[in-house]
Ligand binder design. Structure first.
Ligand code: ACO
Length: 319
């Protein structure tokens, strides 16, 4: 039996940092309100000329250096994004060209904040089956461009960034299992409904959200999905060395950790500094914990995401 294993991680955050205090000077909000409701203190925002593929490129290059692989090694690129550079070609194809790669497959997946989990689960199947030898999996977003910066209910929550991993075949896990879910009946609680038709914008181009409905949904499905992944492989939450959840809100993260029984000191959180970076949040958090030495070889790690769709999913792996 062949498995896949993450052999390198990388991430990138745009230079500009927008603090709660800056937002407080522009709209009717406060640092105290944002921190107490979400745990977010600051977020990074891309420059006007920075595209998703630019962020993805920097994260990918760092992941490739940490994995010790070059452009000639990569034969599969999957980019998870809600904010592609253009309608087509895919951001994965644009990234492929920026990396100077001319072979293999490249495509995007769209599962909003669960995008990286969907992309990693997909790459795992391609690599573990033997169809591909070396996959680059990226979550990258310029989510700031989907926000109405005058809407205090949503603009304080999100940020921009990118995270990436390199995946190779392995004789032992690696990835034990992945668990993907969706329920389109909840599409109305979190969406950007607008689109382009006949050369014009049709519908609302900004993010709309029923915050309380999303909160309740997220806490329920993150608990269910974590249990599904742990039970499938004969583990309990207390055996996890690290829980790396989607970074939307500290209260959602803490409630989930408590429900699945993983102590808070074994939960990786970056939401205070990054805000919610959608598909980039899990690989950004993963890379921070790998680079500062918290995640070590042999550790049992659970990655989890939830987002628009609604979509949700988990990947359980041995580092
Ligand atoms: N600053 C100050 N006041 C605000 C702000 C703000 N930024 N935003 C909303 N308020 C006000 C509201 O207008 C409301 O005032 P009112 O009572 O006078 O009408 C009051 O605060 C309470 O609003 P609620 O929406 O009830 O606040 P709640 O306690 O539910 O917190 C929040 C809102 C933080 C959005 C919460 O519902 C939440 O975290 N939901 C999850 C949403 C999420 O994480 N989304 C990310 C995308 S989905 C994902 O990634 C999983």
């Amino acid at each position: 039996m062949t498995y896949s294993r993450i052999v390198g991680t990388g991430s990138y955050l745009p230079e500009r940092i927008v603090t709660n205090r800056e937002l407080q000077s522009r709209i009717d909000t406060s640092d105290e309100w944002i921190v107490s409701r979400t745990g977010i203190e600051a977020r990074h925002v891309a420059a006007d000329d920075e595209l998703t593929s630019d962020l993805a490129l920097k994260a990918a290059q760092r992941a490739m250096v940490s994995a010790g692989v070059g452009p000639d090694d990569i034969d599969l690129i999957i980019v998870a994004t809600t904010t592609p550079d253009m309608v087509f070609p895919s951001t994965a194809c644009l990234l492929q060209a920026k990396l100077g790669i001319k072979r293999g497959a490249a495509f995007d997946v769209q599962a909003v904040c669960t995008g990286f989990i969907y992309a990693l689960a997909t790459a795992d199947k391609f690599v573990a089956s033997g169809a591909h030898r070396c996959a680059l999996v990226v979550g990258a977003e310029v989510f700031s461009r989907l926000l109405d910066w005058n809407d205090r209910r949503t603009c304080v929550l999100f940020g921009d960034g990118a995270g990436a991993v390199v995946l190779k075949p392995a004789d032992t896990p690696g990835i034990y299992s992945s668990h993907l879910h969706a329920d389109g009946h909840y599409s109305h609680i979190l969406r950007v409904a607008g689109g382009i038709a006949e050369g014009k914008l049709r519908g609302n181009p900004f993010l709309e959200m029923d915050g309380q409905a999303v909160f309740k949904f997220a806490v329920r499905v993150l608990d269910e999905c974590a249990r599904e992944a742990l039970e499938r492989n004969g583990f309990t939450g207390s055996e996890l060395d690290w829980f790396v959840p989607h970074q939307a809100n500290l209260r959602i993260i803490n409630a989930t950790a408590d429900k699945i029984g993983v102590p808070r000191e074994r939960v990786v959180t970056t939401v205070a500094r990054h805000g919610n970076t959608s598909a980039a949040s899990v690989p950004l958090a993963l890379d921070s914990a790998v680079r500062d030495g918290r995640i070590q070889p042999g550790h049992l790690v659970l990655l989890e995401g939830v987002g628009g769709g609604m979509t949700w999913g988990a990947v359980l792996l041995r580092w």
